[in-house]
Ligand binder design. Structure first.
Ligand SMILES: [Cu+2]
Length: 229
């Protein structure tokens, strides 16, 4: 039993993942059709350096857009597929950033103090330990805030795997950015705004922690507060 347990742990620890496609309205787009191809599209491996430019969108070839920009109505639900599933425990977050005038979601690199968070999902904490709602999911979704102004955005998913996060640099960031065009939006002012890199430090309490022992009594996801619209 002990031996089988060790084998199982070894297998799951190497099972990294990607977020290659969008899901909306019950259907799934093609892989890397609206999502910029990530550096880990073959290896499935994570970003571990929060100061690297890769922490923004994990792009294989920065400057190379995805094939298309996906149209989505404000207030509707959209998300990403996880290939083949989110095998690690950790926190799930979604961010967006609006392409400045003169740029499109396809042309823009997402640099600057431009990103706001629209969703964060920490663990359920019990005396037995932490459980993470996104774990083992093969897709994750979020409602686009209804008051988000119409326009072109980068839409970023981030899953921070925390199984080996007890030391700085141990957390594993799985990231993708999609190009979207929001329609029927409102007149909200998203914020607070942060940059990637810049938003995180390797020692942030939501990034560097032992999730197993002693069992944490609270968890604070890294980055800015969620903009609720
Ligand atoms: Cu992994």
């Amino acid at each position: 039993m002990k031996f089988l347990g060790a084998l199982f742990l070894a297998a799951t620890a190497s099972a990294h993942y990607t977020f290659p496609a969008l899901v909306a309205g019950g259907s799934t787009t093609g892989a890397w059709q609206y999502v910029r191809k990530t550096t880990n599209y073959q290896s499935n491996g994570p970003v571990t350096d929060v100061t690297s430019n890769q922490i923004r969108c994990y792009e294989l070839s920065p400057g190379t857009p995805a094939q298309g920009t996906y149209e989505v109505a404000a207030g509707s639900t959209i998300g990403f597929t996880a290939q083949s599933s989110i095998t690690h425990p950790g926190t799930l977050q979604f961010y967006m950033a609006k392409a400045p005038s003169g740029q499109t979601a396809a042309s823009w690199d997402g640099s600057g103090n431009v990103w706001f968070k629209i969703f964060e999902q920490g663990p359920t904490i019990t005396a037995k330990g932490l459980s993470w709602p996104s774990q083992d999911k093969s897709q994750v979704t979020v409602p686009i805030p209804k008051s988000l102004p119409s326009g072109e955005y980068l839409f970023r998913v981030e899953h921070i795997a925390l199984h080996s996060a007890a030391t700085a640099g141990g957390a594993q960031f799985y990231i993708s950015c999609a190009q979207v065009k929001v329609t029927g939006g409102g007149s909200g002012t998203p914020g607070p705004l942060v940059s990637f890199p810049g938003a995180y430090k390797a020692t942030d309490p939501g990034i560097m922690l032992n999730i197993y022992y002693p069992i944490p009594t609270s968890y604070t996801p890294p980055g800015p507060k969620v903009w609720s619209g």
